[in-house]
Design a protein around this ligand. Structure first.
Ligand SMILES: CC/C=C\CC(=O)SCCNC(=O)CCNC(=O)[C@H](O)C(C)(C)COP(=O)(O)OP(=O)(O)OC[C@H]1O[C@@H](n2cnc3c(N)ncnc32)[C@H](O)[C@@H]1OP(=O)(O)O
Length: 716
């Protein structure tokens, strides 16, 4: 709702009440409509201030209402009515003015904000555009060029930047509501025509068409199939070329198309998934709201390879003092040189004046004795990690949390060699660790709630999306990746080319197809893991069935030929040289594949894009169902957040489990059955998938409840 009060000196104060962010729900909109009417009718009122309760102006339209029928007064006429008021109206912006919240402020005649406020039109991130006049008013206020940037990226800006851009009239370090009240009193009675943004022309650069074309091609390239950024540019083209009323008509038309698109639903689901994963729970009953996190101020990182360096930077950026340990002198010297530069660069990118944390470098493990938390990031080798954990357990003071950045090794085994297994968890970062948003927090059967809570809290401080997951080989992300990679290799055996597979996946929306990705991360990573698993290496027979399952030796043979990817200048593609980035098809690979097929009596067939997507994605999704069934992930949102934030799954497709829901569980089951083969266990439909289909394919939002019920009745 919204409350109305009259302050001394003829100012009406309208306050939005809808915790936690004063979203514009039906009740709030109704409250605003009523309060504005009251202010208009009251002859003693000469000016109006709109603010939000509890230091938050407004977080925009109530996203939860998008799923249901439209109730209450619509936003657009409400906003028009505010602009039309013949008494000065000011928005007093504290906390946030986002989306519909900023659009409400743009309808006000003046905008005054607290210096800590954050403003923006993030609708594009929800698959929408600023559809309450924002796409037409903002460019009229700050010019087309700046509006294109804010609206197509959805980025949040500080009050200082908003003032510079001209979004705000004044910024204060003290109370924004008091200042706004004082301000509107001082302008009461002054003409308002020039303050109504809908009446102003849109300031455009002379080469407006070429600017719009350039931005359009940039968003198309960046958004890989997302509809909203393209619609945003179209709406801004209308603002630049049409009178306001016609521009609004275009905005309405574009919004209607977006609003009903599957992409908007997927992006809104992704918004809530990100929040759901923060409310973690463990099978033991420990949860985010009944477990206490420790506040870490001093940490250590062991191992300064690529991952370790990124983790050091991520920690230091939060203001934590870091002891960075590397026992190999050459690697230590290089890290001591490179890490401070990385830190400086990242601090600059985040607009921090100086990096807040202090880093000390050491080659001596003894130097971690005083820290509160250690993150081990040594080579992915179990015996080495066990040695490090044993050593840490004796060096660190009692109560120190010991974390491993392993990408899939057994956390419980590591915990077992320490004196306090309850204080051991996995903190699986993604490269580059100071940039990538995902953090898998892996709990073993003995990990304490405090250890999980501390790792999750630390992730949040580092700006990560932390997802608590159970302990199993590969955890969630890499466990699901295995069948995906496997299918991609099988497709090559059957007649596809790396480019064909990659193009299908990139068209789906991945930033990189599986083979380009593999070239980037290095083919030797998987090779080492397969050797450790006894799947390849000296003495292993070169057959296409290993350990009782279909196996493709193709990637092993690539490694044996020295083709390790970008670092060697050759992998599934060829590059300009070692470290080259531009992938070109390589005739060598085509001959290699033909020779391989001939040797194994395989006849290449033509493979459709549909088959590529089905086999790669449905194999991955099927493993997702197995993971839910095994309670390694608490719900589909956890898996989807992992894939969106760590594995390049296109956000406008919500995540693999959301995608399964959109495609239809019955269809996924039917296609898995079709592609299934006795020696490819990954394609055998999961029991959970079968049970969901048998239960009438409930929507993804109901799966958590369904799984819990099935578990109670021991059906899973
Ligand atoms: C005609 C259409 C016109 C306009 C369209 C729109 O306005 S679309 C909405 C545009 N607004 C946004 O995109 C803002 C979304 N919210 C945020 O970015 C953040 O929540 C915010 C406001 C920066 C606060 O961040 P913080 O980290 O402090 O909190 P958190 O994100 O955990 O949110 C707290 C709870 O509030 C819920 N919530 C936030 N915004 C909205 C919203 N606009 N509608 C509904 N609910 C919202 C959020 O889900 C959290 O609730 P929880 O129960 O914990 O999930």
């Amino acid at each position: 709702m919204a409350t109305y009060s009259r302050l001394p000196g003829s100012v009406a104060l309208i306050t939005l009440h809808n915790p936690p962010v004063n979203a514009l729900s039906a009740a709030v909109r109704q409250g605003i409509v009523d309060a504005v009417q009251r202010a208009l009718k009251d002859p003693k009122v000469t000016s109006v201030v709109i603010c939000g309760q509890n230091g938050k102006f407004c977080g925009g339209a109530d996203i939860r209402e998008f799923a249901g029928p439209m109730l209450g007064p619509p936003l657009v006429p409400m906003i028009h009515a505010i602009e039309a008021v013949d008494k000065p109206v000011a928005a007093a912006i504290e906390g946030v003015a986002l989306g519909g919240g900023l659009e409400l402020a743009l309808a006000c005649h003046y905008r005054i904000a607290h210096s800590k406020a954050v403003l923006g039109l993030p609708e594009v991130t929800l698959g929408l555009l600023p559809g309450a006049g924002g796409s037409q008013r903002l460019p009229r206020l700050i010019g087309l060029t700046a509006a294109l940037d804010l609206i197509t990226t959805g980025r949040h800006v500080s009050a200082a930047e908003a003032l510079k851009l001209g979004v705000l009239d004044q910024v204060t370090d003290s109370n924004a509501v008091d200042l706004a009240v004082e301000f509107v009193r001082s302008v009461a009675g002054q003409p308002l025509d020039s303050r109504r943004l809908s009446t102003l022309p849109c300031p455009c650069p002379p080469d407006v068409d070429s600017l719009l074309d350039k931005v359009m091609s940039k968003v198309r390239q960046r958004s890989r199939g997302a509809l909203a950024p393209v619609a945003c540019v179209r709406a801004l083209r209308a603002a630049a070329s049409l009178p306001y009323a016609q521009g609004m008509e275009k905005e309405r038309e574009l919004m209607a198309t977006l609003f009903n698109s599957g992409q908007a639903r997927a992006l809104q689901y992704a918004f809530f998934s990100q929040r759901v994963v923060g409310k973690w729970s463990l099978p033991s009953g420990a949860r985010w709201d009944n477990s206490t996190a420790r506040i870490i101020s001093k940490a250590a990182v062991i191992g300064l390879g690529t991952m370790g360096r990124g983790i050091v930077v991520a920690l230091a950026l939060t203001g934590i003092s870091v002891v960075a340990v590397e026992t190999q002198e050459k690697q230590l010297a290089e890290a001591s040189r490179v890490v401070p530069a990385m830190l400086q660069r990242e601090a600059g990118r985040r607009r921090l004046a100086t990096p807040p944390g202090v880093i000390s470098f050491s080659s001596n493990l003894q130097d971690v004795s005083e820290v509160e938390l250690v993150i081990e990031a040594v080579f992915e080798d179990m015996s080495l990690k066990l040695q490090v954990f044993k050593h840490l357990s004796s060096v660190c003071r009692p109560g120190t949390l010991l974390c491993s950045n392993t990408s899939g090794l057994d956390i419980d085994q590591l915990a077992a060699v320490t004196q306090s297994p309850g204080l051991v968890v996995g903190m699986h970062f993604f490269a580059p660790a100071h940039v990538m948003k995902l953090l898998e927090v892996v709990y073993g059967p003995r990990s304490s709630p405090e250890a999980v809570a501390t790792a999750m809290q630390l992730g949040k401080r580092m700006g990560k999306v932390g997802v608590a997951v159970g302990n199993c080989p590969g955890f969630v992300g890499n466990r699901m990746l295995k069948p995906y990679l496997e299918q991609a290799n099988f497709l090559l055996e059957e007649g596809a080319t790396p480019r064909q597979v990659d193009e299908a996946l990139e068209e789906f929306g991945f930033p990189m197809g599986v083979f380009r990705m593999s070239d980037l991360s290095g083919l030797d990573v998987g090779w080492r893991i397969r050797k450790e698993a006894g799947l390849t290496g000296p003495g292993v027979e070169s057959t296409r069935t290993r350990q009782g399952r279909r196996y493709s030796p193709l990637p092993d043979q690539m490694c044996e030929a020295g083709r390790l990817g970008q670092k060697t200048g050759k992998g599934w593609y060829q590059y300009d040289g070692p470290g080259g980035r531009v992938a070109r098809s390589d005739p060598w690979v085509h001959i290699f594949l033909e020779t391989y097929r001939a040797e194994h009596g395989l006849v290449a067939r033509s493979i459709t894009l549909e088959e590529i997507l089905e086999r790669c994605l449905y194999a991955l999704i099927n493993e997702g169902f197995n993971i839910l069934q095994d309670a390694v992930a608490a719900g589909p949102e956890d898996i989807d957040a992992i894939y969106v934030f760590g594995y390049g799954w296109p956000r406008h497709r919500g995540g693999p489990m959301f995608h399964a829901d959109q495609v239809g569980l019955g269809r996924i089951l039917q296609r898995l059955n079709q592609h299934s083969h006795p020696d490819v266990p990954h394609l055998k439909p999961s029991t959970l998938l079968r049970r969901l289909v048998a239960a009438g394919s409930p929507p993804v939002q109901k799966w958590r409840e369904f799984i819990n019920k099935e578990r109670v009745h021991s059906q899973l």
